[in-house]
Ligand binder design. Structure first.
Ligand code: QAP
Ligand code: CO
Length: 170
């Protein structure tokens, strides 16, 4: 198990479109576990493979209070959506910034689990927002893309400055 490095905006690798996973082999299973470990280590509730610079269609999340409900979604898709909802979002690739984003309120989703079984469900609230946010990553999109160009530019400057500082390790 490995904690992977999470890319920070404006890394251009965050803009690449991830490719579908055709075979759920050992490599995919290890990637899923590493993404979960990384998400837990960084205190996130969701993480997409793109954020670890792996351009495959795999996302992980755990929305439980006790952090004991890992969910792994392979080739996730939104098959229907309705309504709009606003929620404050953050992102491990945009550390320290939280902004309100408008998304679909209710979604139907579909994905493959690690066994290759087809899973469908409906979601609203935090799960709906998280699935939309993480699928956006697989398409090279970030939550700050929904903000004004000015806001995005200010955030970019601050993160570049932040990441230029020598990192204090432990
Ligand atoms: C996406 O986001 C999300 O800036 C997951 O310093 C966000 O896990 C889904 C995080 C909102 C639904 C609603 C961000 C941790 C974690 C930070 C995250 C930070 C530390 C963000
Ligand atoms: Co994110």
């Amino acid at each position: 198990m490995t904690v992977l490095t999470v890319l920070h905006f404006p890394d251009p690798n965050l803009r690449k479109k991830a490719v579908a996973i055709e075979v759920i082999d050992a490599e995919v299973k290890i990637l899923a576990q590493d993404l979960l470990e990384t998400m837990y280590a960084e205190k996130g509730i969701g993480l997409a493979a793109t954020q670890a610079n792996v351009q495959r269609r795999l996302i992980v999340m755990d929305l439980s209070e006790e952090k004991n409900n890992p969910v792994i979604m392979i080739n996730p898709e939104i098959t229907a959506s309705e309504g709009t909802e606003e929620m404050q979002e953050g992102c491990l690739s945009v550390p320290g910034f939280y902004e309100t984003v408008q998304r679909s309120e209710k979604i139907n989703y579909h994905y493959l689990d690690l066994n290759g079984d087809h899973i469908s469900g409906t979601a609203d609230g935090l799960l709906a927002v998280c699935v939309q946010h993480e699928i956006d990553h697989l398409n090279g999109k970030l939550f700050i893309d929904y903000l004004s160009p000015l806001k995005r530019r200010i955030i970019q400057k601050k993160i570049l400055k932040q990441d230029k500082q020598p990192q204090q390790l432990l």
